[in-house]
Write a protein that binds this ligand. Structure first.
Ligand SMILES: C[S@@+](CC[C@H](N)C(=O)[O-])C[C@H]1O[C@@H](n2cnc3c(N)ncnc32)[C@H](O)[C@@H]1O
Length: 277
């Protein structure tokens, strides 16, 4: 049996990923290898001369091969981090994005005492779970049209000790009651934009979590049309939005009687969040 040192495996993996046009081949290789070996990247680099067992090498090979086919690291490792919470991800849920952490942060800062929250399109449950952790005992209901996504969200809530009611629902269909706050990061990619997305997204993330009819506006319109029935008197809606949709959503909200509308930018200066009252 050939002994393989960590350093040799890192180089082998980085070369292979580089030949497959992976953007950060060395980082991804170290990430996979340190994950399999149960150590941090720093520890991996401090243990370059250690040998890797055959079993671990087989696992590393299979993960590196998946990454070589452009599968996102988060799906390969079955987890990601969101707002300090470990979130399990499968092919049935969108990988929660760092931009969405800004939405969570904004809601927590602006609504420290909010009681009842509805999330539409919870996916992995990341937003609902982060709000449950960051706010003082809120009552959170989270929905998704995908039963498979709700199963993942339920596991994530359990593992993060977050008390959330999950409902399978087409937008508001199975939702009852009124809420102080409705939050949604709905699908908002148009057909044309979808064709231009990276392979990592197009080939691996669920289409129904990304694509929206009406040039990306479908879910914003559906939610705004019905939300008043589900909001308490001073209730608010928070959306994550695409950088190019703020004007159109604002106009639709105005036309539908919403008066106070504010748009917020992400760290790159793109319109990314909206608060509607
Ligand atoms: C962009 S993903 C957001 C996932 C998660 N909230 C996040 O921020 O990472 C949109 C989610 O909406 C769900 N969805 C799609 N159509 C829906 C519908 N008609 N009703 C409810 N949820 C829907 C998708 O299954 C997906 O989980």
């Amino acid at each position: 049996m050939k002994n393989r040192k960590n350093s040799e495996i890192i180089n082998w993996a980085a070369d292979l990923l580089s030949s497959k046009d992976i953007e950060n081949p060395r980082f991804d290789s170290e990430y996979i290898i340190s994950h399999v070996l149960g150590m941090s990247r720093l520890e991996l680099n401090l243990h370059q001369e250690d040998n890797v067992t055959e079993n671990n090498f087989a696992l590393i090979q299979s993960m590196v091969s998946r990454r070589g086919k452009h599968e996102p690291l988060q799906y390969i490792l079955s987890e990601t981090e969101f707002y300090g919470c470990k979130i399990k991800v499968t092919e049935n849920v969108l990988i929660p994005r760092p931009e969405t952490e800004l939405l969570v942060e904004k809601i927590i800062i602006e609504n420290p005492c909010v009681k009842t929250i509805l999330e539409i399109g919870t996916g992995s449950g990341a937003i609902a779970i982060a709000l449950a952790k960051g706010l003082k005992s809120p009552e959170i209901t989270a929905t998704d049209i995908s039963e498979d996504a709700i199963k993942v969200a339920e596991i994530n809530a359990l593992e993060n000790n977050a008390d959330i009611i999950f409902i399978v629902s087409d937008i508001f269909e199975n939702v009852k009651g009124k809420f102080d706050l409705i939050v949604s990061n709905p699908p908002y990619i148009s057909d044309d934009e979808y064709k231009k997305l990276a392979r990592e997204i197009r080939e691996f993330e669920p289409r129904d979590a990304l694509l929206a009819k009406d040039n990306g506006l479908y879910f914003y319109k559906k939610i705004l049309e019905k939300a008043k029935e589900y909001l308490t008197d001073k209730g608010k809606i928070y959306f994550e939005i695409s950088y190019n949709l703020a004007g159109k959503i604002k106009k639709f909200a105005n036309d539908n009687g919403y008066k106070k509308i504010e748009v917020f930018k992400d760290l790159n200066g793109f319109d990314r969040m909206m608060r509607i009252e």
